[in-house]
Write a protein that binds this ligand. Structure first.
Ligand code: C2G
Length: 128
């Protein structure tokens, strides 16, 4: 069984997030999705509109997702790849090159993002 993992914040869940998760699943047979925790985001200076337990519940309910976990640190990725016996790490190409250190442990794939939508734009639109 080919196991895939992807990471994200998934705040104000939108079609770009869904497309990425669907395409991630297509790269294997089993998909784990790690959702960044509120505490981890605070460390990055980011605040989400939707709390982590709700973001996790939304991601967990998606039919392409076999396993949903929280992401609580940058170091977690290597541990997760080993612990869950991951074959493929996938993320959007806004992160291109940033996670190449995982190539020692699994295949690393950067997929193109969905054009024209982002949490930042949604937030800006809501403020208008
Ligand atoms: N995404 C996409 N198209 C968009 C917006 C997002 O394909 N229009 C993808 C991103 O490239 C990422 C996933 O959806 O693969 C989740 O995006 P975010 O919620 O913005 O997550 P991010 O801040 O990139 O979190 O440790 C890494 C982080 O947790 C990554």
């Amino acid at each position: 069984m080919k196991k895939v993992i992807t990471y994200g914040t998934y705040d104000l869940f939108h079609i770009g997030h869904l497309n990425m998760i669907k395409r991630a699943k297509e790269l294997g047979d089993h998909l784990t999705v790690a959702v960044s925790s509120d505490v981890f985001n605070e460390g990055k200076g980011k605040t989400c509109v939707i709390k982590d337990t709700d973001r996790l519940a939304i991601v967990d309910a998606i039919k392409y997702v076999d396993h949903a976990i929280l992401e609580t640190s940058w170091e977690q990725k290597i541990e997760d790849v080993k612990k869950y016996d991951i074959d493929v790490f996938v993320i959007g190409d806004d992160w291109k090159g940033k996670f190449d250190f995982l190539k020692e442990y699994c295949e690393v794939v950067y997929l193109s993002r969905t054009e024209g939508i982002s949490t930042t734009e949604l937030k800006a639109g809501l403020k208008k």
